[in-house]
Design a protein around this ligand. Structure first.
Ligand SMILES: [Fe+2]
Length: 469
């Protein structure tokens, strides 16, 4: 991501993003380790592993310009084993700056173009390494199973340039796919990391204006690129914006299909109406066409303010590369975010999907007490059955805000919906977080377990379930 050191030091009014640091998005100030956590209900004995989730937890609170999306990453983790919640840990990722702030040695490792930000967006495991990731330039940082930072990762020296927040693991090949972008590039880079953890394919796709590309999708044949009118802005840099990407009406919105074994010349671009999206749920091939489900923000979006005027809805896009067309069909008009599927169906047709309702709170009330970022989160989790055309909502208690909900299969060969849905939710009674465990096939029923954590977890981004190997 664009570093503060590139910015003009004086003479500009730095935008005030302090609203991102209040309420449930406010950072926590301590790293905790707690064992044998109290549980209401029962922890499923099938769940042996770690649930990890990343999110911003800024250290530099004296900087009013710091953007929520740029805060130093903190990973929260809960260890489940033999029906017990063995521990909770939360740890900042030790980039050089974070280590210095904490008065500790920096674990070291490679740095891309001076972009040493503690990655705050996602966490995954690939080729035996646990990695915290972020888009826009920084390299991932590797973590231990106890969430200690081991150092920055360039995939054994095989990665050129920066990495990405979102990745797709192909369950068939064991490959990890990513699409990287960087403010000074006029291209995006599709990366394939093999099952041994090395970059084995790197394909640059030229794109003008330097668009932000937060997520992508993957089918058995294609990498699906979302080239949208949110582009790097020198004017925003000059204005002191830490996240200098702005809505650019002059940039044609389009969806690109890059054949997985192809080059930039093989991309089939299909123009679409201007819109914004952070996330795709999943994608798959349907004959010669590609189906991709996305959370679409209609009309323009303001990434600096994290706000847009239009509705947010789940849509199914059918991309017809022969005709150069994308047709959209609304699947659910509830505003929602953080879409996830069972990781085992990535690249193939999915029947089920999970997401979180967003923006249900009264924005006027929020602006009064300043907890703006809370509006990005809501009080219900959703389960979609796309075959039946139904949606179930698990309503949380009042003020129990939830973010991403993650499906975890009951076993490696369980059916698509046979498992659990995990999410951190805020418990307003205790002023602390619970790890909520729902039975996916009894989604609206009482939780299977609520694991009571010793502290609040700030609203954050994405997570992963790492089963014991
Ligand atoms: Fe994301």
């Amino acid at each position: 991501m664009f570093r503060d050191s590139h910015l003009p030091k004086e003479g500009f009014a730095v935008p005030d993003h302090s609203r991102f640091r209040t309420g449930l998005s406010a950072p926590v100030g301590a790293e905790l380790t707690a064992f044998d956590l109290p549980v209401t209900g029962r922890v499923p004995v099938e769940l042996n592993g770690r649930y990890l989730r990343n999110g911003p937890n800024p250290l530099g609170l004296d900087d009013p310009g710091s953007h929520w999306l740029l805060g130093a990453g903190m990973v929260h983790g809960v260890r489940l084993r033999d029906g017990r919640a063995q521990w909770y840990r939360n740890r900042w990722i030790r980039s050089r700056d974070v280590a210095a702030e904490l008065g500790q040695p920096w674990p070291g490792g490679p740095v891309h173009a001076g972009e040493d930000t503690a990655p705050n967006t996602h966490v995954l495991r690939h080729a035996g390494r646990i990695l915290a990731t972020m888009e826009g330039g920084p390299l991932p940082y590797e973590l231990s199973e106890e969430l200690d930072t081991l150092g920055a990762c360039d995939f054994h020296g095989t990665l050129r340039g920066g990495f990405a927040a979102h990745t797709k693991a192909d369950p068939r090949t064991g490959e990890l796919h990513a699409v990287a972008y960087f403010w000074s590039w006029r291209r995006v880079r599709h990366l394939v990391i093999d099952a041994s953890g090395k970059v084995v394919r790197s394909t640059d796709v030229p794109i003008p204006d330097g668009p932000m590309m937060h997520d992508f999708a993957l089918t058995e044949r294609y990498v699906v690129l979302f080239d949208l009118p949110m582009t790097f802005s020198k004017a925003a840099v000059a204005a002191g914006e830490r996240l200098p990407y702005t809505w650019n009406p002059g940039h044609q919105a389009r969806v690109g299909l890059l054949p997985r074994e192809g080059g930039a010349q093989d991309v089939r671009w299909c123009e679409i109406e201007p819109c914004w999206l952070f996330h795709a749920l999943n994608a798959y091939d349907d004959g010669d066409r590609v189906v991709v489900d996305v959370i679409r923000y209609a009309r323009h979006y303001d990434i600096a303010a994290m706000d847009g005027p239009g509705p947010v809805a789940l849509e199914r896009w059918t991309v017809d590369p022969a005709g150069g067309r994308v047709t959209a069909r609304q699947l659910d008009d509830r505003p929602q975010e953080f879409p996830r599927v069972d990781e085992r169906v990535v690249t193939r047709p999915h029947r089920y999907g999970y997401s979180a309702v967003v923006g249900e709170l009264n924005r006027a009330t929020l602006s009064l007490d300043g907890t703006f970022a809370d509006a990005a989160f809501g009080d219900s989790l959703l389960k979609h059955d796309f075959a039946a055309g139904t949606v179930e909502a698990h309503r949380l208690p009042r003020d129990a805000m939830a973010g991403e909900a993650l499906f975890v299969p009951a076993s490696a060969d369980a059916a698509e919906d046979d498992g659990y849905v995990l999410a951190f939710v805020h418990d307003p009674e205790r002023g602390a977080a619970d790890l909520l465990i729902l039975a996916a096939q009894d989604f609206t029923g009482d939780p299977v377990a609520r694991i009571h954590l010793p502290a609040r977890i700030p609203l954050g981004f994405h997570g992963a379930w790492l089963p014991d190997e």
